[in-house]
Structures are given as structure tokens and as C-alpha cells.
Design a protein around this ligand. Structure first.
Ligand SMILES: C[S@@+](CC[C@H](N)C(=O)[O-])C[C@H]1O[C@@H](n2cnc3c(N)ncnc32)[C@H](O)[C@@H]1O
Length: 276
């Protein structure tokens, strides 16, 4: 009998695997899923799939005639992804534990490369793009999303004015370097992709807002602490850290009273490219 005619979901076990992607990844991810050309009998790869997105969704949407590789160095996330794959009984995924700077696949073998906020998080973007160019076939599709350099400009603006009032010019430079390292200007990303033999077919920019009651709620949010706080701490001297963050928190809280909450803008882009 066909698998879909005999569902036997174990609802106890479902709680361990249920969720396709983190809320942060969702706005990027929904756009990415929309741009993929779904075809039978293809080989695809997801770069930086984290806890399984879009790897697992893509494998199910493409169907069993296609194979989807996923590459990520994060061991614990691979264990969780594998749990989801096993639970849903998916058989067309091949996981590679490793860094996309060196992809263990042959030249001209891949039809589709996807990456949802993955490639902008690798150590060497240029090397990863050169690997993408090597493994993809002519005419192959390369769809990726990433947030842009004006991400959270509301927060960085506050930080910069406080640093400027404290005459901490070195730290202002460090802040700009940190933004550049994490979020390259779009023009630069486009040039890099083109340099590696891709034609940009679609470029769609969008934005979502990360809203909070005030600065205190924002700074305590787990994702701010997990994904941003450490790099902010690194650019500031230890002996001024508390003073600077007390001031930011206070100013954001004052602003929240005036504006009815605070908003962090997250501008992002989807790039859909085709290999020449
Ligand atoms: C922001 S997460 C995105 C995860 C997932 N794609 C999503 O949409 O939720 C970035 C992912 O890139 C992975 N990553 C970091 N460096 C990498 C590299 N050199 N090669 C492949 N993946 C990498 C991280 O381990 C992490 O899982």
C-alpha cells in the first residue's frame, strides 16, 4: 500500500521533531521555497541546513526521484535533522558533515543549490561560491537568501551615537567592520556570484520587523543573545561594557515609551541565479 494511505504518526515522538524551521529563518525560507523550480530526477544540495531547513522540506517537495544533499559542520544539528528524517521516513536525503568551503561532490553533478541564510554565515564566502560553481551543471539553479547590511540599523544607530559621545572612535570602526564581516553589501555579493559564472535571474528584496515591547525585552530575547550579543560584546572594551549597554537599554526603553514599542528592521534579499 502507498505510504500516504497508511499514516501512523506517533504523536509522542512527533513532539521531538515537529517544526520545520526557526522563526528567524521563516521569512527568508518562505521566499526561497517559492523561487525553486521543482522538477523530477534532479540532484540538489542545501548549504548550511542547520536543524534541517530547507533540506527536509525540499526533499519532500521534490519527491523520491530526486536526491538532496545537505552540508553543515554543526554535529548536534545533524543529529536533530537525522531524527526528523527518520521520523518522517524520508529516503532521498544524504547528509554531509563538513564545511561548504570543500564539498565532496564531483564537478558538474548538481542541478539545484539552495541556501537559506547559510552562505552568509560561512568563513570564506568566495571559496564556497567557487565550490558551488564547480559542482553545479550548466543551466543549474542557485537560490539563496541573506539579510542585508542595514539589518537592525535602529540598534546600531543607538550604539554608534553612544560610542561617539564617549569619543570611542576605534570601537565605531570595529562596529562597522563587524557589520561588514557579517553582512556584505549587496553589490559585493552580486559581483562575487557573477564572478563565479552565474547569471542573476531574480533579485528580490524584502524586509521583516523584529518588534519588542522595549529594549530590555529585546536584549533578553534568546535569539538576540544567541546570534548577536557575543559579537557586540567583542567590539567593546570590558571595562565600559555595562555602562554602554545600560545606556543603550535606557535609550531604547525611552524610545519604546514614545513610539509604543521598538522595531528592528531586517532587510533581506533573495538571489536566484543560473549557471552559465
Ligand atoms: C543561520 S543558520 C541557517 C540554518 C538554516 N538554513 C535555517 O534556515 O534555519 C546558518 C547555518 O550555516 C552553517 N554553517 C556555518 N559555516 C558553514 C560552512 N562553512 N559550511 C556549511 N555550513 C555552514 C551553520 O552551522 C548553521 O547551521
Amino acid at each position: 500500500m502507498k505510504k500516504y494511505l497508511s499514516n501512523n504518526f506517533d504523536f509522542g515522538e512527533l513532539a521531538n521533531v515537529f517544526d520545520e524551521l526557526p522563526i528567524w529563518s521563516a521569512p527568508f525560507g518562505l521566499k526561497l521555497l517559492d523561487y525553486i523550480d521543482y522538477k523530477p530526477n534532479i540532484s540538489a544540495i542545501d548549504i548550511g541546513f542547520g536543524t534541517g531547513f530547507p533540506l527536509i522540506e525540499l526533499a519532500m517537495r521534490l519527491g523520491d526521484s530526486s536526491t538532496v544533499y545537505g552540508i553543515d559542520p554543526w554535529k548536534e544539528a545533524i543529529v536533530r535533522t537525522q531524527k526528523k528524517i527518520d521520523y518522517y521516513g524520508i529516503t532521498n536525503i544524504k547528509i554531509i558533515e563538513g564545511a561548504a568551503e570543500s564539498i565532496p561532490l564531483d564537478k558538474d553533478t548538481i542541478d539545484l543549490i539552495v541556501s537559506n541564510n547559510g552562505i552568509n554565515n560561512v568563513s570564506d564566502i568566495d571559496k564556497v561560491l567557487s565550490e558551488c560553481s564547480r559542482i553545479i551543471k550548466t543551466g543549474g539553479q542557485f537560490v539563496q537568501t541573506m539579510n542585508l547590511d542595514k539589518t537592525m540599523f535602529e540598534f546600531y544607530g543607538q550604539l554608534e551615537s553612544i560610542l561617539s559621545e564617549m569619543q570611542m572612535n576605534k570601537e565605531i570602526d570595529l562596529m562597522h567592520q563587524h557589520i561588514y564581516r557579517k553582512r556584505r553589501p549587496l553589490d559585493e555579493v552580486i559581483s562575487m556570484i557573477q564572478k563565479h559564472g552565474f547569471i542573476i535571474k531574480d533579485l528580490e528584496q524584502d524586509q521583516f520587523n523584529y518588534k519588542f515591547t522595549n529594549g530590555t525585552a529585546m536584549l533578553n530575547h534568546y535569539f538576540i543573545r544567541l546570534a548577536f550579543m557575543d559579537s557586540w560584546i567583542k567590539i567593546l572594551p570590558k571595562n565600559k561594557l555595562e555602562q554602554i549597554f545600560d545606556t543603550i537599554e535606557m535609550r531604547l526603553n525611552d524610545q519604546a515609551k514614545m513610539l509604543g514599542g521598538i522595531k528592528l528592521s531586517i532587510p533581506f534579499v533573495l538571489i536566484n541565479a543560473i549557471k552559465k
